[in-house]
Design a binder for this molecule. Structure first.
Ligand SMILES: NC(=O)c1ccc[n+]([C@@H]2O[C@H](COP(=O)([O-])OP(=O)(O)OC[C@H]3O[C@@H](n4cnc5c(N)ncnc54)[C@H](OP(=O)(O)O)[C@@H]3O)[C@@H](O)[C@H]2O)c1
Length: 270
């Protein structure tokens, strides 16, 4: 789908990747509904996007708390119709599974999995009724390669990928397309200090949010079902699917080093 002249809801719009996606879309002539929790952050982004010539509307909502039907209604009402939703909301925890607070596990699944699924489900009648629409889900390379110290985060993104795949099959021929885009490590505030230090020590490949945004928009324009960003990460996704023990051999030796950057390391030996 071409973003020009489309009405697009971007959730997590004030985040690092979300805001970069909004800028790319604004330059292409899209009208944007900016979803986020902070009215001030959305207002600052809106001012910037309007200066680029975009039509915008702000949708201030906590997507975990608000009834998805109401969010969907508000998003459609902003311009009277909605062509696309790009789900950029996400939260992450880093550490050993045994150390994760129960509330964090719950929060992560609600924000990364339940909220986007419920929002897309609520938008589907509008899109299928018009025989036109595009659902875009931002996953993660960790949604295909389950990473130690990111167990719940990985699981939440595996689930989102499963939803995207099932939905794409379910909607085949309906005029509503589904794209799943999986970034690798992206330099945004999403990765707190400890994760950033760990990534540097392990020499992880990283991308700028601007580069990721360009890839997301290219995937949308090309109507690609699944996009994995970064080389060699996209190859490892394939290897992990076919030969997971090979990836075990690469990742398991890293666990001890990764733990060195977690809270457990700061509080001394368990
Ligand atoms: N950065 C990476 O390394 C990376 C790699 C792979 C995949 N991803 C995925 O890419 C997406 C965007 O990540 P990012 O780097 O742009 O992260 P980010 O800068 O932290 O942005 C995430 C956005 O989600 C919003 N959000 C969180 N919980 C919410 C809720 N309950 N209701 C409404 N909004 C909520 C945040 O709003 P607040 O500011 O109000 O918290 C923030 O604007 C996420 O799905 C993430 O999992 C990121």
């Amino acid at each position: 789908m071409k973003p020009a002249d489309s009405f697009i809801l971007v959730t997590g719009a004030a985040g690092g990747i979300g805001a970069a996606v909004c800028r790319e879309l604004a330059l292409r002539g899209a009208s944007l509904v900016l979803g986020g929790r902070s009215g001030d952050e959305l207002l600052a982004l809106e001012t910037e996007l309007r200066a680029l010539g975009a039509r915008t509307s702000r949708l201030v909502a906590d997507l975990v708390e608000e009834d998805p039907a109401r969010t969907a209604q508000r998003a459609i009402a902003a311009f009277g119709s909605l062509d696309m939703v790009i789900n950029c909301v996400g939260v992450q925890t880093f550490g050993l599974a045994a150390d994760e607070a129960a509330g964090d596990t719950r929060r992560m699944f609600l924000a990364n999995t339940v909220a986007p699924i419920q929002l897309c489900n609520a938008l589907l009648p509008h899109m299928t009724g018009r025989g036109n629409g595009h659902i875009v889900l931002i996953g993660s390379i960790f949604g295909s390669i389950a990473f130690p110290c990111f167990a719940s985060y990985s699981a939440s993104k595996f689930a989102l990928r499963g939803y995207a795949e099932a939905l794409r099959r379910e909607l085949a021929g309906s005029g509503v397309r589904v794209s799943y885009v999986a970034p690798r490590y992206t330099r945004t505030a999403f990765n707190r200090d400890a994760v950033a230090r760990m990534a540097e020590a392990l020499k992880m490949n990283t991308d700028s949010p601007e580069a990721v945004a360009r890839s997301i928009v290219a995937a949308i324009e090309a109507d690609t079902a699944d996009t994995y960003l970064g080389w060699p990460e996209k190859l490892f996704v394939r290897i992990n699917a076919l030969l997971p023990r090979v990836v075990d051999r690469a990742l398991i030796p890293q666990v001890r080093r990764m733990v060195g950057f977690t809270r457990r390391a700061e509080s001394g030996p368990a």
